[in-house]
Design a protein around this ligand. Structure first.
Ligand code: NAP
Length: 304
């Protein structure tokens, strides 16, 4: 039986450590602070941001939720970011994506002070990460490393194959694995014979955005599979493709009218030595790592 890498357990462990660090900082008169900016009313974004703000509260981190209207202009957002950059009580600035079409998201993310870029999206932090200098690393890729390390799975010398090369997930995940001394292959839509690549993976990271894309034939028996994908299945046909006969999933689907699947076909997990489930895997690490980054930013800015 493959081992299930439980994101909830690992996330809880990290949050506990962050809470302890927040307490220590409080003794030195420092309270890390996060500003979460949520524009408009995308339901998924509201859920994500609320959970981030709530987690701050749980861990003793100061948080501020700022909600500009969805008519906000790029200039108004620049003003907001400039103010947050200047505030001493704010260590981390998070701008929830997606932003409305009229806002230049890239320019805006670049305007966040790299020292407060707790999402790790700023080009300065991407460059520092590549150069192996202390940096705020993107939360989801950082969470992948935590899962592997805290599960005592070897990284050094392993062949890690990352499918996906986005700036937010694939590229930084590959870079972090490389820094842990894995031999890394990055795959994308132009990769020839993808299966031949993925079958070489001791650690297979799927960050593709396509439901159940990695099939059992693409997996080396015993590999560790990290499934980053979050894909919602809304139709009966989509559901049956992956979960026909799965009573627990049936119940979710009946109740919510949808369920989620990762970028890995659940049948492929049976080939693995260990894997992160979806839901319940990598996704849960993302908020925990955001908290860790906020505390890290607070310390770095004060030279602690
Ligand atoms: P993205 O920006 O759309 O990037 C997808 C990557 O997959 C691209 O590099 C693309 O290659 C590659 N790809 C797509 N189809 C492919 C194919 N047929 N063969 C090989 N490569 C293919 O997505 P992302 O932001 O990285 O997110 C990836 C997944 O992770 C999504 O399901 C997303 O929902 C999920 N996600 C989860 C979390 C979390 O907290 N768990 C956080 C972020 C994202 P090209 O570059 O050649 O186009």
């Amino acid at each position: 039986m493959p081992r299930i890498l439980d994101g909830a357990v690992i996330a809880a462990e990290i949050k506990q450590e962050v809470a302890a660090e927040v307490k220590q900082l409080a003794a030195q008169g420092v309270r890390p602070g996060l500003a979460a900016v949520l524009v408009g009313s995308v339901p998924a974004s509201q859920i994500y941001v609320r959970s981030k703000v709530q987690t701050c509260e749980d861990l003793g981190i100061y948080s501020e939720l700022i909600t500009p209207p969805d008519t906000v202009t790029t200039e108004e957002m620049f003003e907001l970011v400039a103010k947050l950059n200047d505030r001493d009580d704010i260590d981390g600035i998070l701008i929830q994506l997606p932003l409305p079409a009229q806002v230049d998201a890239k320019a805006l993310l670049d305007a966040i002070s790299p020292a407060k870029d707790v999402d790790g999206f700023h080009p300065v932090n991407a460059g520092r990460l590549q150069a192996g200098r202390p940096a705020l690393a993107p939360c989801t890729p950082a969470g992948i490393i935590e899962i592997l390390k805290r599960s005592n799975l070897p990284i050094a010398g392993q062949h890690a194959v990352v499918v996906g090369r986005s700036d937010l997930v694939g590229k930084p995940a590959a870079m972090l694995l490389l820094h842990q001394n894995a031999t890394v292959t990055i795959c994308h839509t132009k990769t020839r014979d993808l299966g031949a690549m993925t079958r070489q993976a001791d650690i297979l990271v799927a960050a593709i955005g396509r439901p159940g894309f990695i099939t059992p034939e693409m997996v080396k028996p015993g590999a560790t599979i990290i499934d980053v994908g979050i894909n919602r299945l809304n139709t009966r046909a989509e559901f049956d493709r992956f979960f026909a006969g799965n009573a627990r999933r049936e119940a979710t689907f009946a109740k919510r009218g949808s369920t989620i699947v990762g970028d890995v076909d659940p049948k492929a997990f049976e080939m693995a030595g260990a894997y992160t489930p979806v839901p319940g895997g990598v996704g849960l690490l993302t908020v925990a790592m955001l908290m860790a980054n906020t505390v890290h930013a607070a310390k770095m800015r004060r030279g602690l």
